[in-house]
Structures are given as C-alpha cells and as structure tokens.
Design a binder for this molecule. Structure first.
Ligand code: ATP
Length: 382
C-alpha cells in the first residue's frame, strides 16, 4: 500500500479537538513536527502546560485519528510543551487578537451581540427566560455565552445543569460549557450557599474579571442575566459593554408603568438600546377550555402588561421597543430549571418552548447594535 502523506496526516489531526480549548489542535498550534516513514507516522504534540491533565486523552485521540489514515500501520506520539511565546500567541488567537485586560465584546471589530436581560422586580422569571434563550440559541447552532451577572442571587449554573468548574489552561481560564453554552457565574466561586457580600466597586471588578479573564472565544451572542432592579451591576454592564442591548422581562400583572419607567430611565442614563420586552407567565394554556370560540388561555396574572411596558418604553425612549413574545406558564419550565435541562431544548414543542425559541431566533438573528457608546459616568460607588 502507498505511504500516507504528511498532508493526509494533518487533515486527520484537524479533526482532533482539544478537550479544554475545544478547538482543533491544528488551529491552536499544538501540532509540531509530523514525520512519515513508510507506514509509520511520528507526531510531536505541543501541550499548553507541562502538567496538562489531558495529556493521555490527547495522545489517544491523536493516535486514533492518525491510525485512520489509509496506509498507516504505526503511530508514535511524543509530547512537548509550548514555549512562552507560543502560549502568548495562542492566548492572542483565542481572544481574537484582543489585548489582555480588554473586554473582547466591546472592541470595534467584535461580531458578538450582547443582550443584558433585566427586570424591574425579582421573581418574574428573568433567569429562567435567559437560560432557556441561551440553550435555544445554542441548539440553533449559535456560539453562545451566558454571564450570570446576578452576583448575589446566581441561579444560572443550576438551570443549565453546569457541573464543571472553570478550567485553567496555563494562565487562561476556560468557562465550563453545558448544552453548548459557555457559562460563567459567581456560583462557581463560592462554597455551597455562602452568601456573596460584595459592594459596588467589588461587584464592578467581579463583572470586569468575568469579561476579561475568561477565554470566551468568538461568540455570536453573549447573554447577561442581570440582578433584578437597576443597581450597580446594570450601570457597570453598560460601562463595560457599551453595545449591550437591554431585554426587559416582565409579567402581565406588574405595574407596567413603573417597570417601564425604571428600565427606560436606566437605558436613557446608560445610552443603551432596548431590544424588546418579554412577557413571562402570560397565561396558562387551559386543557379544559374546549368550547367553540373560547380562548384556551387562563390569564392568571391579567393581560396586556408586556405590550403596555413596550409601548411605555417606546414613549420614554422615542424609539420603537417591540414586545418580543409572550411565554405561558408551564410547570415543566420550572422543572426544567430544577433539573438543569431548560424546557426550550428538553421539550421544544411545548407552547412555552415555542414562544422562547421564536424570541431566541429573533434576537439571535438581529444585526449587532452600534448605538452604544462608552459612558462618561463612573459606574462604581464607595
Ligand atoms: N413561564 C413560567 N412557567 C412556570 N414557572 C416559571 C415560569 N417562569 C419562571 N418560572 C418559575 O418562577 C420562579 C422564578 O423564576 P426565576 O428564578 O427565573 O425568576 P427571576 O426573575 O430570575 O428571579 P430573581 O431575579 O429574583 O432571581 C422559578 O421557580 C421558575 O421556575
């Protein structure tokens, strides 16, 4: 049989994905010399660090991939370590050329759409909606990150079933991935249910570190789950991510004008665009309402709140703010949050999932905002 070519071996190696960085090893400079002698192939792999915990897995994956090339009988894998220079090159590559300590998503060339999901009050389902949107967008093939900026009341890791912790690759920190979503949350850094007692400046710093110290890679969409209300974090978000657009979650019954006023004054203060309003817990699909012509919906919390908020925001901001969708009440949505599989991917045909997926598609496809600009106000208070 004919000897394999070096090109064939490279093509096989391009299918080996680094388990931590999640990119082909050929793209991230891990493949050193490749030598073909008859039916024997020698591959030199450059690990990111000396103590790389994935060395055995990588060796196995490389061996299996190269063995699949026609004409290969033997594979010898040798392991080395990247030089400081090579590691620095990798870091720059992973950050898409953005210098360290800069927020990648606020760079002029960034193609990431950033949505900060806010609510006037707690308990309206903002985190549930965010987790479901993120999972739905990832299921649609988008590269999605979710930053749980609800630093005191983090719930995203549970809702997305994140079990892993961030992994360190050299001095880079890789966010854990669940259901295709890269997730970073304060919940990953505290023990058990220890309450987080941060004040303004520390909160801002935590958010900044989440944005700059993690290797998010190139994302299509970054979602932020903001704490309820319009506190320090919302201001910090606008400061660190000037192009972030607000998505306001509300319920039909909340004092619509109040919610709109708060969100509107925040958006005005921070020069942010409001991408739209999501009305959650809109109605309960009624299984017994079978009479002809009757709306099969129980409007448990009243009706029209989301549209009223959207209209009021349009008035306050002088730019059209759409109602993005209405998500019905569904006990399975809560169960999905508790079990770590959001309903939008667990049962995509459920009415709540259909509504959430439509919103996810609308936000996922929208052109990136360019209206944001750096804030002149200082985001932290003593
Ligand atoms: N459409 C829905 N149908 C049924 N239950 C829902 C729905 N949306 C949210 N829930 C449930 O309501 C509760 C509150 O939701 P969630 O924690 O997402 O709210 P939140 O606005 O993020 O709250 P907070 O801001 O206070 O953290 C959860 O138990 C959640 O499972």
């Amino acid at each position: 049989m004919q000897s394999p070519t070096v090109e064939q071996v490279h093509a096989a190696l391009a299918r080996v994905i680094d388990p931590e960085i999640r990119r082909p090893i050929t793209e991230i400079g891990m493949v050193g010399a490749v030598e073909v002698t008859g039916a024997t192939v020698a591959v030199h792999i450059l690990l990111t660090t000396t103590g790389c915990p994935m060395r055995e897995r990588i060796t196995t994956d490389v061996t299996t991939a190269v063995r699949g090339v026609p004409g290969v009988a033997d594979v010898a894998v040798t392991l080395g370590v990247m030089s400081d220079e090579q590691r620095a090159g990798l870091k720059t590559l992973l950050r898409g050329g953005v210098p360290e300590r800069a927020v990648p998503f606020s760079q002029p060339g960034s193609r990431t759409r950033v949505y900060a999901v806010a609510s006037g009050k707690g308990g309206v389902g903002k985190s549930s909606v965010t987790a479901n949107l993120a999972a739905a967008m990832a299921a649609d093939g988008l590269a999605v990150g979710l930053l749980d900026a609800d630093i005191y009341g983090f719930s995203i890791p549970r809702m997305l079933g994140v079990t892993g912790r961030p992994t360190k690759v050299g001095d880079m920190i890789m966010p854990p991935v669940s259901l295709g979503v890269k997730v970073v949350s304060m919940g990953m850094f505290v023990q058990g249910n220890t309450p987080v007692a941060f004040r303004g400046p520390k909160l801002h710093r935590a958010l900044e570190q989440f944005l700059t110290d993690f290797e998010w890679g190139e994302l299509d969409v970054l979602l932020l789950d903001l704490p309820p209300g319009t506190g320090d974090i919302a201001i910090s978000t606008a400061h660190l991510l000037p192009t972030a657009e607000l998505v306001v979650v509300t319920t039909p019954q909340l004092a619509a004008a109040e919610v709109a006023e708060r969100a509107g004054s925040l958006a005005k203060q921070t020069s942010q665009r409001v991408a739209g309003v999501i009305e959650n817990m809109s109605y309960l699909p009624c299984p017994h309402c079978t009479e002809e012509g009757r709306d099969h919906r129980l409007e448990v919390f009243g009706a029209g709140g989301g549209q009223t908020v959207a209209d009021a925001l349009t008035g306050v901001l002088g730019a059209r703010v759409p109602l993005l969708g209405q998500v019905p009440l569904d006990g399975r949505l809560r169960e999905g949050g508790d079990s770590g599989v959001p309903l939008s991917v667990g049962d995509p045909t459920a009415p709540a999932s259909v509504a959430l997926r439509e919103i996810a598609q609308r936000l996922g496809r929208a052109p990136r905002s360019i209206v944001g600009r750096p804030l002149s106000l200082t985001p932290v208070s003593a």
